[in-house]
Design a protein around this ligand. Structure first.
Ligand SMILES: [Zn+2]
Length: 259
């Protein structure tokens, strides 16, 4: 969705703003005053936040699981839960809907928590040494590290499983226990698995967008099937509220761990 919004709107100027409900807005001035006349330059995810960068100002949205964006022609019927509409030149409108008004839209002010969010996994530009240093500072288990939004953002359960399988690391290995080779594999797998995933998503038919393409997954969702690398049976384990899929042979458990 973020790519489609970017394709439709980046490079265009805001010509009008309609506020359906000021409750979701956080700004120091009326938002039309802040946004009209500015050109949208980028739309980027930072963890749970979506950041719209305009010339000289950012609009950051924390959808809180409730907010939904759409791009519509101006004049298309708007639903009651439409809280904010930005009309762009050329007759397209960005709409923000939120039926329970849990999300927040910050215009020209920083969203609380945004500064603590790590870089997006898809645009990571760390060197291996930088990755290693930052990872070690977290002192956590490798799977928790991948899902720690203050370390790197945007890695869900499925990609965490894929990265660890690719790197041949058990989810409960501690970052501090990794050898230099393992750290290197961990870094390489993080980069390559995410890059491959993004490429898959980009080439997926538009009709499939919205559904997450899973065909390229090697281990996620394949419990009971043979590991594509060694043939051992992939297992699914429970970790807190999450399911974890792994190969027991390629990803041996650290001493004292049952899985
Ligand atoms: Zn295996």
């Amino acid at each position: 969705m973020q790519e489609r919004m970017a394709d439709a709107l980046v490079g265009k100027k805001v010509v009008a703003v309609r506020v359906g409900d000021p409750v979701v807005l956080r700004a120091l001035k009326p938002v039309d005053e802040l946004l009209v006349g500015r050109t949208l330059r980028a739309v980027v995810h930072h963890g749970k936040f979506l950041v719209f960068t305009f010339d000289g100002l950012a609009m950051t949205v924390n959808p809180m699981l409730a907010g939904i964006f759409s791009v519509q022609p101006v004049g298309a019927k708007a639903t009651k839960d439409t809280r904010l509409r930005l009309e762009f030149e050329g007759g397209t409108e960005l709409r923000y809907r939120d039926d329970v008004r849990m999300g927040k839209v910050y215009v020209g002010i920083e969203a609380p928590g945004l500064a603590d969010i790590g870089p997006d996994a898809g645009t990571l530009d760390w060197t291996e040494a930088e990755f290693s240093g930052r990872a070690r500072a977290k002192r956590s288990e490798v799977r928790n590290l991948l899902q720690d939004q203050t370390f790197v953002s945007g890695i869900g359960n499925a990609y965490a499983d894929e990265i660890l399988w690719d790197a041949k690391l058990h989810p409960k290995r501690r970052v501090g226990s990794l050898t230099t080779d393992e750290t290197s594999r961990f870094y390489g797998s993080l980069r390559s698995v995410i890059a491959k995933g993004l490429a898959e998503v980009e080439t997926a038919m538009p009709a499939q967008l919205g559904k997450k393409p899973r065909a390229h997954m090697q281990v996620r969702g394949r419990a009971g099937k043979p590991c594509p690398r060694c043939g051992a049976t992939i297992m699914r384990r429970r970790k807190g509220l999450d399911d974890v899929d792994l190969c027991p042979k390629c990803q041996p458990a650290p001493k004292g761990q049952l899985y």
